[in-house]
Design a protein around this ligand. Sequence first.
Ligand code: SF4
Length: 478
Amino acid sequence: MEKFISVFDMFKIGVGPSSSHTLGPWLAALHCLNHIDDLNDLQKVEKIQIKLYGSLAKTGKGHGTDIAVVMGILGADPTTIKTDLISNLMDDVKKQQSISLKYKKQIPFNYDVDIVFLKDQSLPHHPNGLKFLITINGVEKVFTYFSIGGGFIEFEAEEATASDAGSKLNLEVPFDFYTTNELLHWCMKTGMNISDIVRENEKTNLEEAILNEKLDAIWNTMLSCIYKGCKTEGVLPGGLQVRRRAYDLNNQLIQHASYNNMDEWKNLLVKGGHDFSYILDCVSCFALAVNEENASFGRVVTAPTNGAAGVIPAVLLYAQLFCNKNKPSEIRQFIMTASAIGVLFKSGATISAAMGGCQAEIGVSSAMAAAALTELLGGNQKQCLMAAEIAMEHHLGLTCDPVGGLVQIPCIERNTMGAIKAITAAQLALQSKPDFAVVSLDKVIKTMWNTALDMNVKYKETADGGLAVQIPIALAEC
Ligand code: SF4
């Protein structure tokens, strides 16, 4: 039986800049240390070394994989850690040449030696592999993990096959679906919207009030991220000297008016009007803000990944400010519909750029946002699926080529494109009759997966092709 993928697997609160290279390795380190702690072996640990393979090795420096595994070993929770503490914690570990395992046991740790970037080696199961070599009472044990995209991780015990270590649920849900046909079957049979199907499934595991609370926490984190990104000026870390643009754009949009809180800020944006180019600028500003925060190790939500974290918040805030869809129930509806589309892509293809390039990140986020916006604007279930299909169709083949191995160029701007395409796809679907559509969402998911298989490895989050080699920056120096 396939494991149930919850809304809260698709949308995870964490830390930037990458769900597969930062959040996944962080969760892997936490899982590994918790596992040893559960066996009562933590106090017996003498040494720890981390080996990073494939894409994690090639772009891990720029994506903060080294920082993530250190934070995980310290036992820091990515959902709650104060993100402005991370750089000091990292400096302490480097200076003191020691590390505290979950703040329970201090051992020697040399950052330069004990985190190994094996750029020429890959593990067979997935390009994002990492191993924790842990010496316990003189015996070295190896714990292998794979970060498979969107913060999902798999754990491979010695001699065993990989199993899902991140998502935990083997739930029997009323409306199990992994393909578009299965989802549509439940929608047609029950007459429920996609978001209703998701809600009923989630209620198998969560009381409704808690479900709503958790959905609200997802949106509040996304909104705070937009707000913070709009209020923060400066240059992004990493050495590329990329200037933050959301700050200036936001100031232009609100005509440099002052505001004291989020509500005042949102009112100023709405007062700016409904002119096409103004709304376009707003959507771009929201997406830029999220991804500039993401690039600065800020708090973001995987949607479905960190690199693509700006698309869904930008489209959802657009729906609230410019389409009057601002009731809490509508915000929750949007998140649940988006999640269902993410599940279809995760099940039928991939949400990992190391497997499928940027079509798996920005393409999937755009499809998720398109379907969710369509439902919110009154589209039927088939129109929602059509919107997702249109959004992905025009991201097929999109490569991942981050300059300097950083999640900045082209990633930040690419989120603005994903958001705008999602809105266009929703509008097109709302004006269409899906029964006459030639391409189904399942077909486009299959095409995306086949394209991923055909794609040269240099376009899969390795920074070995595309823009990354036109603007060569020494990865290690960034
Ligand atoms: S190019 Fe796309 S897939 Fe690659 S890191 Fe940037 S946002 Fe992610």
